[in-house]
Design a protein around this ligand. Structure first.
Ligand SMILES: [Zn+2]
Length: 562
């Protein structure tokens, strides 16, 4: 035995010379408080990166050996918190429009009138005016806005202002007239043309499928096609800049987006977040076959631009009163919401696409909406066989208790946006009553039942900043930091969990947990350094936390300079 140990130590000593000539890193981070999200090695101090990949994680002492003079960039984290890059699992990412009228957090509706007037003055007659993110539950009077708010200041321009959830729009009389929409226009299935209950006149609010009555695409832009595309390109660059500054290194776009533009950005070295793009769910097999071709071009074993999942909507939102519920709304007993399509049609789509091996994600807000989604996924499993499909309920907002364990059982991912909880809680109780609020944003119950959550923002419904999501997940309090324990505090989660679902959870939802979402040897070097220790700071500091470094694939793409 002794002899064996002796000979082993000789082997170790003889290996030392090769250590000094060991591989040098391109980038090394030292002196960090690294939350790795790797359960075998939860905390570390230092990381070495070569090309796109993490090659060592450990103590600063150990990792310093990877520093090559003049060859390795070194970041001294000075004790700051280091975590995997944020992965937004549900984000309607795209070019930002510099002329878009931003109405988020508006409390006085007359502000809308003023902002539309301003934009009209800058525009030519006939030019489309766009804006949104208003939320009438934040208005002082908590009433739906009407076209009268904007008609006087926009006599010669079409105006479309979206509600924060995108499930309702406010339009002006000019636009209604232009599209021939009157109080006698037939209401499309799964939509609502809002009318004044007393006079029966149009209010200017169109919900869900009724939004498609407005053909904004036909409104001629007064810019040349060249001007328009240059503007769009700038819009993409602005959006990517925002993502870098917030530490969002991965983006999962629900449904359609422009593959070509992202490819162009990548070819020019300007793509600084990894992108998954999907397509719309359909039962049309010729379209599905086209999807297969696109998926081959952007394969799942790639790391930058990948084909994501097929997206559908089953219902609307609580805020717009269009979520599909088992029981009527508390503040509108005549309605239990609406389904975007009949169940049978939906199930057929799911079964058909599942059979071809696609991943499917369905927008589901109401308790009945989520029940339908689970039923359809279960049906697909029964007919097509069980596989690692990782179908998703996008939002999974209201879930009846008996459906909670079905998520883990069927392998369905709850893809959730923590900020929706603290935005919507303002009106949830009024809309659905206190009892059903217990079914809302049930993060803890889903985790306890064995689910791995995926976190995101639903931008532009909510802002892209992940700090708001982390704050919402651990506090369930409004953004002003109200007193008390938070809204249904039994569903809160802790900060370490919140970061895990925003990184590893989201990576799992896109089949990438083998290479993304952890700070671990062999994983992609997507890393964020923040300026405050999220694990120990008081609640009111979380949303003030800023990103100091964003690293994607081993490259520093953002540095605050601190
Ligand atoms: Zn969405």
């Amino acid at each position: 035995m002794k002899i064996l140990i002796a000979s082993l130590s000789i082997i170790i000593i003889s290996m030392i010379p090769s250590c000094s000539s060991q591989e040098k890193a391109d980038l090394v981070i030292i002196n960090g408080k690294i939350l790795t999200i790797d359960k075998d090695n939860p905390f570390a101090e230092a990381i070495a990166v070569k090309d796109e990949i993490i090659i060592a994680v450990g103590t600063s002492e150990k990792v310093k050996r990877f520093i090559g003079e003049g060859k390795t960039s070194v970041i001294d984290a000075k004790g700051r918190l280091v975590i995997p890059g944020f992965n937004d699992a549900h984000v309607h990412f795209g070019p930002l429009d510099p002329d878009y009228i931003e109405l988020r957090y508006t409390t006085d509706p007359s502000v809308i009138t003023g902002k539309v007037r301003e934009q009209v003055l800058k525009s030519k007659p006939g030019e489309l005016i766009r804006g949104g993110h208003w939320e009438h539950e934040m208005f002082n009077d908590r009433k739906w806005p009407t076209k009268e708010l904007i008609d006087k200041v926009s006599p010669d321009n079409p105006v479309i202002l979206s509600r924060a959830d995108g499930h309702s729009i406010l339009v002006n009389s000019y636009l209604l007239k232009m599209n021939g929409i009157t109080k006698d226009t037939p209401v499309p299935f799964g939509g609502e043309i809002q009318k004044d209950p007393k006079t029966g006149e149009l209010t200017g609010i169109l919900k869900e499928n009724a939004e498609s009555l407005v053909n904004a695409g036909d409104i001629k832009s007064l810019r040349s096609p060249e001007e328009e595309s240059a503007r769009k390109w700038q819009g993409y660059l602005l959006a990517l800049k925002e993502a870098r500054e917030y530490g969002v290194t991965s983006i999962q776009i629900p449904g359609n987006a422009d593959f070509n533009t992202y490819e162009k950005l990548q070819n020019e070295g300007l793509l600084t977040s990894r992108i998954d793009i999907g397509k719309s769910l359909t039962a049309d097999t010729s379209i599905l076959r086209n999807y297969v071709e696109t998926a081959k071009k952007y394969p799942s074993n790639g790391n930058w631009i990948r084909f994501g999942y097929l997206k559908a909507y089953i219902d609307g939102t609580i805020g717009s009163g269009t979520a599909l519920m088992f029981e009527p709304f508390a503040d509108n007993p005549a309605s239990a919401g609406l389904s975007i399509m009949p169940y049978d049609e939906f199930e057929n789509m799911v079964v058909t696409a599942d059979k071809l091996g696609f991943q499917i994600g369905v927008h589901a807000i109401g308790d009945k909406g989520n029940n339908w989604v689970l039923n359809a996924f279960e049906k697909a499993q029964n007919l097509n066989g069980k596989r690692d499909s990782r179908h998703r309920s996008e939002h999974a907002q209201t879930i009846q208790a008996s459906d909670i364990p079905r998520f883990a059982k069927l392998g369905v991912i709850p893809s959730m946006q923590p900020t929706h909880c603290i935005t919507d809680k303002r009106f949830y109780e009024k809309r659905v009553g206190l009892e059903r609020c217990k079914e809302a944003y049930v993060w803890r119950s889903l985790i306890d039942a064995g689910s791995l959550l995926a976190f995101g923002t639903d931008l532009p419904v909510e802002p892209l900043n992940p700090m708001e999501g982390l704050y919402a997940a651990v506090t369930r309090k409004d953004r002003l930091g109200e007193e008390g324990e938070g809204w249904f505090p039994e569903q809160k989660i802790n900060m370490e969990e919140a970061i895990k679902y925003y990184t590893l959870g989201s990576a799992y939802a896109q089949f990438m947990e083998d290479r993304k979402g952890k700070i671990k040897t062999g994983y992609l070097a997507d890393i964020v350094i923040v300026d405050k220790d999220l694990l120990t700071i008081p609640e009111n500091e979380i949303m003030k936390t800023k990103v100091d470094y964003t690293i994607v694939g081993g490259k520093v793409v953002y540095a605050s300079g601190k």
